[in-house]
Structures are given as structure tokens and as C-alpha cells.
Design a protein around this ligand. Structure first.
Ligand SMILES: [Mg+2]
Length: 153
């Protein structure tokens, strides 16, 4: 469900009439006010940040983690060489779990864990080589190409 930014007047209207159904937020000074009217109950809650507000609306657990900061610290603490080696290790672990899948003896939880490990290491590599934007650009281009291939091949 999309989260729609609304005015204070619209917010009052939704709280009074419980219509329309949906997820909304308004900005009230320094506060982000979330209005969860997905069930017609118009739950209202105030937050200091948009992230917290959205997490609440989407019923996600909000954990304040600065991923980049943690990656930076990991690269500083263990060094670039060690973190590059970790990429190989995590990729090998994922490879092993996927091999188990091919042998018909796989565990989804383990594959998920190794994908998470790989993503964490790949994010560190983006930071290490300062190529985040380039990766995004490549991804967009390749996705577009892939979209065309699945259509016409
Ligand atoms: Mg692992």
C-alpha cells in the first residue's frame, strides 16, 4: 500500500470520516504524523523522522542502523584486504548452499542467510571502491536489457 502525503485539512477529514482507506502522513512542524486508515480505524501516531513514521505505517520494526557507518567501521577495523577476502568467503558459502539445492537437499533459511552475508559484503565493496552510483547505473542499464530479452528471446 502506498503512503500518501496529505495536508493537515485532509488529515482532519480522514480522522473524522475514516475515508478514504489507506496509509497517509502529514508534516506538522518538526513532526511526521502517520495516519493508518488501512482498516478504517484511522490510527494516528507522531514521529520525529520520516523513516520511523513510514516504518510504523508499514508495520516494520524500526531499527536505527546507519549501514554505511557500520561498513566504514568494518573496513577500518579489519582492513581492505580482509574484507575483500570476506567477499570470496561469503560467495563460496552461498555457492555451497545453492549446490545443496541442486542436489535436492537445501534449506531456505541457509540460502537466505548467505544471500544476506553476500549483500552485506557487496555493499562494503561499493563503499570501498566508491562506486555506489556506478553500480546503480549499471544495474539500471542491465535490468533494462534483461527486460527486453525476456520479452523477445
Ligand atoms: Mg556466510
Amino acid at each position: 500500500m502506498d503512503i500518501k502525503l496529505i495536508t493537515h485539512e485532509e488529515a482532519k477529514e480522514i480522522i473524522d470520516t475514516r475515508q478514504p482507506i489507506g496509509l497517509f502522513y502529514e508534516i506538522d512542524g518538526d513532526w511526521y504524523v502517520g495516519i493508518d486508515n488501512s482498516t478504517g480505524d484511522a490510527w494516528v501516531e507522531e514521529f520525529k523522522t520520516k523513516e520511523e513514521c513510514f516504518a510504523w505505517l508499514k508495520r516494520e520494526e524500526y531499527i536505527e542502523i546507519d549501514e554505511k557507518e557500520i561498513y566504514k567501521q568494518a573496513l577500518e577495523k579489519w582492513g581492505h584486504t580482509s574484507q575483500v577476502i570476506m567477499v570470496f568467503e561469503e560467495m563460496a558459502e552461498l555457492q555451497k548452499e545453492l549446490t545443496k539445492f541442486l542436489r535436492g537437499n537445501w534449506i531456505g533459511d541457509n540460502i537466505a542467510e548467505e544471500i544476506a552475508d553476500c549483500e552485506i559484503m557487496l555493499d562494503q565493496m561499493k563503499l570501498l571502491f566508491d562506486i555506489e552510483e556506478l553500480v546503480d547505473m549499471n544495474k539500471k542499464y542491465k535490468l533494462k536489457r534483461l527486460a527486453e530479452r525476456v520479452k523477445y528471446d
